[in-house]
Design a protein around this ligand. Structure first.
Ligand code: MN
Ligand code: MN
Length: 373
């Protein structure tokens, strides 16, 4: 009898010790979680303090991407304007031209309306996403109030005397920077916005295959969860098919569909990027771009124009570089003559190259090496 009582007592003590141990463990864990939560809240509060630094903003804020809008520019404008709205600002996304077929496909799939066209930025509060060049931005920008620049290109010519939020990072898409800025301010993304942003990321990183891809992978994963998209490969295929459709467009419209202007060594030049499905399609488009480019020079005030026709899907990766005239051909010969022979219409490079990372720096190098006139 006595032995049994002793045994019960020992059991009770063991149970008690176990309970105290477990209790302590969980209290410790929840205290740690509480501390973490407080730290997180403080961090968000500190991050948001920069908004006070911007001061009182009178009137609407217009969020715009670059001219010849692409899916990153449009998606990032929509997402950043939504972020500003959630932070209490009167913000709207705008575009500087009609959206391309790929973007139209993404917006329709996401159930989001195409942003309004902005004619002139003079006197307006502006946020620039996906660019920081006057030549690529809204007319009248010199006389606008620039509040923020959110970009993943080199720093451009846009300057402002006032304080601003300038967030430029070497990531694969501006949409990924915008995703980081939602986290930074502790703001949740809604389903439609997440949908548009994942289209932006897939477009700029070419389905995460481009060598510019970085945090975009993580961003895409989270956005897919929010948007309820499980198969990004087939979504990208559909986007890609839509982007290749130049249906109903003139050769000039095709050249201007993904078009940018630059200036180096006192020369102004433009590059239009065009997508092709296969080699036959590419050669056809090269010929058409070669024929149409000379007529674009004088209305745009350019000295030279180039077309970059690329095939980039599955296991094909080729870029055809088409010069508009002999001066442009000389530049391409100096930049790429050792890698490819001129066909009379184009230089064919394999694998395909990035306009931003390879073509523009290469042309800049050549133009800046020319003796000043
Ligand atoms: Mn862009
Ligand atoms: Mn971009």
């Amino acid at each position: 009898m006595k032995q049994r009582r002793q045994w019960v007592a020992v059991c009770c003590i063991i149970l008690l010790l176990a309970a105290v141990g477990f209790g302590g463990f969980f209290i410790g864990r929840s205290m740690e979680a509480g501390r973490y939560q407080k730290e997180k809240e403080l961090e968000i509060q500190l991050n948001r303090s920069e908004l006070e630094g911007l001061g009182e903003i009178e009137g609407k804020i217009y969020v715009t991407g670059h001219k010849s809008p692409d899916s990153d520019t449009v998606g990032s404008s929509i997402a950043y304007a939504a972020l500003l709205q959630k932070l209490g600002y009167d913000a709207v996304p705008v575009v500087l031209g009609p959206v391309n077929h790929e973007t139209a496909y993404i917006l329709e799939a996401a159930g989001v309306e195409t942003p309004e066209l902005l004619e002139d930025a003079a006197g307006l509060n502006m946020v620039l996403v996906d660019h920081s060049e006057y030549t690529q931005s809204a007319d009248g920008l010199q006389d606008a109030h620039i509040i923020s620049i959110i970009d993943h290109h080199g720093d451009g010519a846009v300057t402002t005397g006032n304080q601003l939020i300038y967030d430029a990072r070497p990531l694969g898409s501006t949409a990924t920077i915008v995703w980081l800025r939602y986290r930074y301010y502790g703001i949740e993304l809604d389903k439609k916005t997440a949908y548009v942003m994942l289209g932006s990321i897939l477009s700029d990183t070419k389905n995460l295959q481009a060598n510019t891809t970085t945090a975009d992978r993580e961003a895409l994963k989270e956005l897919c969860g929010i948007a309820g998209v499980s198969d990004t490969d087939s979504f990208y295929q559909e986007m890609f098919k839509a982007s290749l459709s130049y249906e109903g467009m003139s050769d000039e419209e095709i050249f201007f569909s993904d078009y940018k202007e630059y200036e180096s060594g006192g020369k102004k030049y433009s590059i239009g990027c065009v997508n092709a499905y296969d080699e036959k399609d590419a050669e056809d488009l090269c010929g058409r771009m070669k024929a149409v480019m000379p007529s674009t020079l004088s209305p745009t005030g350019m000295d030279m124009a180039f077309a970059q026709v690329s095939i980039f899907h599955d296991d094909i990766s080729v870029s055809y570089l088409v010069p508009c005239n002999e001066a442009a051909e000389e530049v391409l010969e100096a930049a790429f003559g050792d890698k490819a022979a001129f066909s009379g219409t184009y230089y064919r490079l394999e694998p395909s190259i990035s306009r931003k990372k390879v073509l523009v720096p290469a042309i800049t190098d050549i133009l800046e090496s020319y003796p000043k006139e």
